[in-house]
Design a protein around this ligand. Sequence first.
Ligand SMILES: Nc1ncnc2c1ncn2[C@@H]1O[C@H](COP(=O)(O)OP(=O)(O)O)[C@@H](O)[C@H]1O
Ligand SMILES: [Mg+2]
Length: 275
Amino acid sequence: MAPSMLAIRETFASLVADGVPHNPRHESSQAADDSPLTAHHSQLANTAVSCKGVTKEFGANGTKTLALRGVDVDVSDGQLTLLVGPSGCGKTTLISIVAGLLNPTEGSVEVLGADLAKLSGRGLVEFRAKNIGFVFQQYNLLPALSAAENAAVPLIINGWPRKKAFAKARAMLATVGLSHRADNFPSQLSGGEQQRVAIARALINEPRLLVCDEPTSALDAKSGHTVMELIKQVAVQPGRAVIVVTHDSRVFEFGDRIVEMSDGRISSDQANVAA
Ligand SMILES: Nc1ncnc2c1ncn2[C@@H]1O[C@H](COP(=O)(O)OP(=O)(O)O)[C@@H](O)[C@H]1O
Ligand SMILES: [Mg+2]
């Protein structure tokens, strides 16, 4: 029996924080602030994410953890930014804050020209749904839905007619090389294939920011390589910023830029000449 739309909606909302009407991309939230002096539509890279003095403290007295100790970092569109560093250094915390899933304790975060602290709860949900795609380590596909249905979920939630949504989902699956798997369920797919479905789902709304948290760490070397190639070829586009968090040195070659974290701080930040 097909799960009810409500169940899908609730599960999906908890996974990727979605759930609002589709908006065409040209209705940019920053359009009103554009000054004639800014180069928004040029070939030049734009700042998509800007963090200033971001700190994050978890826990109450006695068990306090300072996960972020003052992070200043900008991320440009049109390239793949790798955020690397050992387990526990604050990578997931930082991208959760950038994605509006977690509030910073101090500091400011601008994403695509919007100050996240100024967005209301509903406004933030809408902003995320329109602008941000997520890929997680464990894929987070809905087990009762086929690959095409999983990829279509963001569109269906956003009110697209089912037929149109499934057609676009199939086209996205073709882009990630999975046309032949469209009607399979997650349990019938390999880890690498599931992650490719998750990438199709994350990109189906054409988000201007794609955030991937350890997308290869549950995969063998070959599947991990395929997934990173796909992210590089399909996701990295002019006008879209892609942040990939990893502690897997095998994926370093895919970064245009490597930002390294250590103990809640940025410890190095370099263009990757090998990319
Ligand atoms: N919800 C939480 N409550 C308490 N501590 C947390 C929470 N989330 C993360 N931390 C702590 O913050 C630090 C950074 O964690 P995290 O951002 O997950 O690191 P990474 O993704 O680099 O492995 C760690 O010490 C972790 O234990
Ligand atoms: Mg993490």
